[in-house]
Design a protein around this ligand. Structure first.
Ligand code: CAA
Ligand code: NAI
Length: 246
């Protein structure tokens, strides 16, 4: 059990990569908090975990809202007394070509993908500092490293996540808190369902492994970075993309 008795918050844990992460962490002995906007699927995911013997809690949160995040973290502390791992995984896309991108879609993506990571990290920080340990993993993207057509807003946030991760690795390392990021390639979830088929097929063709990523591919990367096996890894950006960009 690589995460025995660790308390892990997984934002965006109601679906896609986050839901798989909650399962993977639970199977490694963690107590898993599913922190998501989506109440129906979040409750369902937590119930499935509980039925399989994993201690799990769903807390509804809007990561874009500072107060909502504070309330979520307080609830976790009230329930488990500690927070060992934060996976800043919640994210959204509002894709459009630059000339058509609306201010609303620009702002919404910034609020969730960038400010959300800031809110959650700041809220767990006092607890991790107090215990002198913690592991924070932020979700970037291949798009944050290399850019993508139609994703100005998303790319800005996912590059921003890399900058924040590296800054926090330097700032929080001396307090015993490791900060890393995972930059997934294209992974088979609802998010990729929004891409026109023609473009997805073109992407798969360019991946040397000739497939999309599966949520477990990313959950395993989070698991490694969260575990003791990565105790000397701090400030890294782990690209998990099947070799799409080398
Ligand atoms: N690469 C090259 N060309 C592209 C392209 C791409 N990725 N995406 C669009 N284009 C081209 C189109 O082929 C089209 O070319 P023509 O005018 O020559 O036909 C032109 O750009 C305009 O595209 P659309 O006709 O599709 O324009 P639209 O305004 O209807 O839609 C769009 C624009 C919403 C951006 C749509 O093209 C789209 O959804 N593209 C995919 C964007 C994408 O890859 N999103 C990733 C989502 S998954 C994710 O974000 C997770 C992650 O981290 C990887
Ligand atoms: P998804 O759309 O399947 O799941 C995202 C989850 O986040 C949903 O459960 C949703 O309810 C939740 N969420 C959205 N906004 C929220 C908010 N304001 N507050 C709380 N929860 C919120 O997406 P997927 O694919 O699982 O993505 C997870 C992360 O991985 C995202 O950060 C995404 O940007 C990133 N990523 C995804 C890739 C992919 O190809 N699927 C590739 C690279 C990165």
């Amino acid at each position: 059990m690589r995460l025995k008795d660790k308390v892990a918050i997984v934002t965006g844990g109601a679906g896609g990569i986050g839901e798989q992460t909650a399962k993977t962490f639970g199977s490694e002995g963690a107590k898993v908090v599913i922190a998501d906007f989506d109440e129906k699927n979040g409750q369902k995911a937590a119930k499935h975990l509980q039925e399989s013997g994993v201690e799990s809690l769903f807390v509804q949160v809007n990561v874009a809202d500072h107060e909502s995040v504070e309330a979520m973290v307080n609830k976790v502390i009230d329930t488990y007394g500690t927070i060992d791992i934060l996976i800043n995984n919640a994210g959204i896309t509002r894709d459009a070509m630059l000339k058509k991108l609306t201010k609303e879609d620009w702002q919404q993506v910034i609020d969730v993908n960038l400010s959300g990571v800031f809110h959650c990290t700041q809220a767990v920080l006092p607890h991790m500092i107090e215990q002198g340990s913690g592991s924070i993993i932020n979700t970037s993207s291949i798009v944050g490293v290399h850019g993508n057509v139609g994703q100005t807003n998303y790319a800005a946030t996912k590059s921003g996540v890399i900058g924040m991760s590296k800054s926090w690795a330097k700032e929080l390392g001396p307090k015993g808190i490791r900060v890393n990021a995972v930059a997934p390639g294209f992974v088979n979830t609802a998010m990729v369902d929004t891409i026109p088929d023609k473009i997805v097929n073109g992407i798969i063709d360019k991946v040397p492994l000739k497939r999309l990523g599966d949520p477990i591919d990313i959950a395993n990367a989070y698991l490694f970075l969260a575990s003791e096996e990565a105790s000397y890894i701090n400030g890294t950006i782990l690209e998990v993309n099947g070799g799409l960009v080398i």
